[in-house]
Unconditional design. Structure first.
Length: 137
């Protein structure tokens, strides 16, 4: 791959944000490989990194982003709420932000629609004080 030619296509969302069409997934990556994979991908022009709390590698993803030298503002970062955390959305995103060493993610997904914790069967009710998504604007 040369530069950003193969990874420059984006989809424009209704918010005006541009979601890179090609991204690096980090599931089932071996320990100590993720940092180098993320760093190399970003240096080669990737601008979308996909991870999740369940993958156990968010810290390495954050390390790879820092090591790449690519400004965070140029990277689309996706992570996911872990299955047993459905009632703890705020705690889940806070944990991910700390591990990823960033103030925001561009996309925060529910990893699976049903919780793997039998005591955690429903999402909390959405109200005026609960914001499931964090935006940089």
């Amino acid at each position: 791959m040369s530069g950003t030619t193969q990874t420059s296509r984006t989809f424009t969302l209704n918010t005006g944000d541009k979601l890179p069409a090609v991204g690096l997934g980090t599931w089932q990556s071996k320990p100590n490989e993720v940092k180098h994979a993320v760093e190399a991908a970003l240096r080669q022009g990737y601008r979308h990194i996909d991870t999740a709390l369940a993958y156990g590698n968010e810290r390495e993803v954050g390390d790879g982003i820092k090591a790449s030298g690519v400004p965070r503002s140029e990277i689309w970062l996706t992570t996911k709420l872990d299955n047993p955390w459905h009632k703890r959305v705020q705690e889940g995103i806070a944990s991910s932000l700390e591990s990823l060493q960033t103030d925001y993610v561009d996309l925060y997904l529910m990893h699976w629609p049903s919780s793997t914790d039998p005591e955690d069967v429903k999402m909390p009710p959405l109200g005026p004080r609960l914001y499931c998504f964090i935006t940089s604007s």
